[in-house]
Design a protein around this ligand. Structure first.
Ligand code: NOJ
Length: 515
């Protein structure tokens, strides 16, 4: 049945190719991708693994949170998710069939250290990730590993309030060191933390994610202080990154020869109107969204756009912290999906609910009722391909062309019947347009070294549960059967064309071709 569907999909794709010109490299300047460029797919432990209490794993903060009635839109949880814990071999075979040369995934902290630094390393957890890494290496797929992708051991929340306490830096350093020791001989790309900017905003500003802390009017929580706690949590995130990176650079990097970076959610922003105030609102928003984390890591200080406004509520880096921060990073990971408008409300009244705290800007996807791009199944994810080029160029300019990876890019579909969902031509158009935008940035000299599609599989999409699908592979959540969507076929064809081009360009030239 699966095979038959695959054949039908392939034929359908070929027809579409002819009709719509999807045929990958004919419409994209694929020669911009050097042979060392990583092309991959990506997932995260909590969203795909399932087996939430197996193999001695402890409860994570997201296990606990997603079981609270009313928190997840469709009332679901990730107890089973894609059952990747048991089906990872099949999933790696799918990756091989796509032809990717890298797979970005995350390690579940509570699987490796169920009690953080207050208990032993869980060898079953180590064994599980060893199996994944070995299987990838065997297939020539480079593991690109994130240490923390939202889920942390609940133990650390209960003991000391996780990211609000300095103690998290010790725990994160310990966890990172355990992973470098266990896996660093095969893992050459490490990400410390995925999208801390989203985790902090949702966890401590509006309370949508665990630990669900905030204060009025930013959200409706029983505890928290939206004017103070996000800054504390972010400070501990930055110094946890610095602690892990310092450990990697001083104890492991020389021997293991890998690189380490951090991943930020990279929404692009356009001015709501062509006025100086709205253009400034864009600069402010970009600083508050991502430079908040990257400026301290790369330059040692919070961005001036923030210090002016937040003043004494911003924690201070001690001389000891600054020493650790010197470890910086080797690359910036950029998760780029979309763009929004920013409208200044510095001196006017910010409409309640739409203004973003100290940024003093309304962030909106619509202007005069017209969306900034085609809407998708995630409310704030509009299709705005130019945002990819602009965001990459912003990082290029602000951070002196530090190497970058597009660690996530992908299209959100509403869940529906398999028949509807696998004919995902909108996803193909989206990916093609975003890749074209990325190629423009490469041509403009941006040092981007890889591109990963979110996601390999439909999976547990945080507050949306299973109601939104990002996968190249459709997952039937009753049977857990995977079926390739049209986009999987498209990616496969695209990658084979890129490879063919790269091979051609590597062929030694004949003497007469030099003229
Ligand atoms: C970014 C996050 O890293 C990932 O966990 C999430 O599923 C995707 N964006 C889509 O929202």
């Amino acid at each position: 049945m699966k095979k038959a569907c695959f054949t039908v999909c392939v034929c359908f794709l070929q027809l579409l190719d002819l009709a719509l010109g999807f045929s990958s490299c004919e419409h994209l300047d694929c020669s911009q991708f050097p042979p060392s460029f990583l092309f991959g797919t990506t997932t995260s432990s909590f969203q795909v693994e399932g087996a939430y209490l197996e193999g001695n794993k402890s409860l994570s903060n997201w296990d606990v949170f997603s079981h609270i009635p009313g928190k997840i839109k469709d009332g679901s949880n990730a107890d089973v998710a894609d059952n990747h814990y048991y089906l990872f071999k099949e999933d790696i075979e799918s990756m091989q069939s796509l032809g990717v040369n890298s797979y970005r995934f995350s390690i579940s902290w509570s699987r490796v250290l169920p009690k953080g630094r207050f208990g032993p390393v869980n060898l079953e957890g180590i064994d599980f990730y060893n199996k994944i890494i070995d299987a990838l290496v065997l297939k020539g797929i480079q593991p690109f590993v994130t240490l923390n992708h939202n889920d942390i051991p609940q133990e650390l929340e209960d003991r000391y309030g996780s990211w609000l306490s300095e103690q998290i830096r010790l725990d994160f350093g310990h966890y990172a060191e355990v992973c470098f020791k266990a896996f660093g001989n095969r893992v050459k790309h490490w990400v410390t933390i995925n999208e801390p900017n989203m985790m902090v905003e949702y966890g401590y500003f509006n309370g949508g994610y665990p630990p669900g802390r905030c204060s009025y009017p930013s959200g409706n929580c029983t505890d928290g202080d939206s004017a103070v706690e996000p800054y504390l949590a972010a400070h501990n995130v930055i110094l946890s990154h610095a602690t892990a990176t310092h450990i990697y650079k001083t104890k492991f990097q020389k021997k293991q020869g890998g690189v380490i970076g951090i991943v930020l959610a990279g929404y692009w922003f356009e001015p709501f109107s062509d006025t100086p105030a709205d253009r400034l609102a864009v600069q402010r928003t970009l600083a508050f969204k991502t430079a908040w984390y990257l400026d301290p890591i790369i330059y040692g200080n919070y961005p001036p756009e923030m210090t002016q406004i937040v003043g004494e509520r911003l924690p201070i880096f001690t001389p000891e912290d600054k020493k650790k921060l010197r470890a910086k990073l080797d690359f910036i990971g950029l998760n780029q999906y979309t763009a929004l408008y920013a409208k200044d409300c510095m001196f006017s009244l910010c409409a309640p609910g739409t203004a973003n705290g100290d940024i003093h800007a309304h962030l909106t996807g619509e202007r005069d009722g017209i969306p900034i791009g085609d809407p998708t199944a995630v409310e704030t994810f509009y299709v705005v391909p130019s945002g990819m080029e602009r965001m990459v160029m912003y990082y290029k300019e602000r951070y002196n062309n530090t190497p970058m990876f597009i660690t996530e890019n992908g299209y959100a579909q509403k869940s529906g019947s398999m028949g509807e969902v696998i004919n995902d031509t909108n996803r193909i158009k989206y990916l093609q347009a975003y890749l074209a935008s990325l190629i423009r940035a490469l041509r403009n000299g941006a040092d981007v070294r890889g591109y990963f599609i979110w996601s390999l599989l439909d999976n547990f999409e945080w507050l949306y549960g299973y109601s939104v699908r990002f996968g190249l592979y459709y997952v039937d959540f009753d049977t857990l059967q995977r079926t390739p969507k049209l986009s999987a076929e498209w990616y496969k064809e695209f990658l084979s064309k890129v490879k063919a081009l790269q091979k051609k360009s590597r062929k030694p030239k004949m003497w007469y071709q030099a003229f």
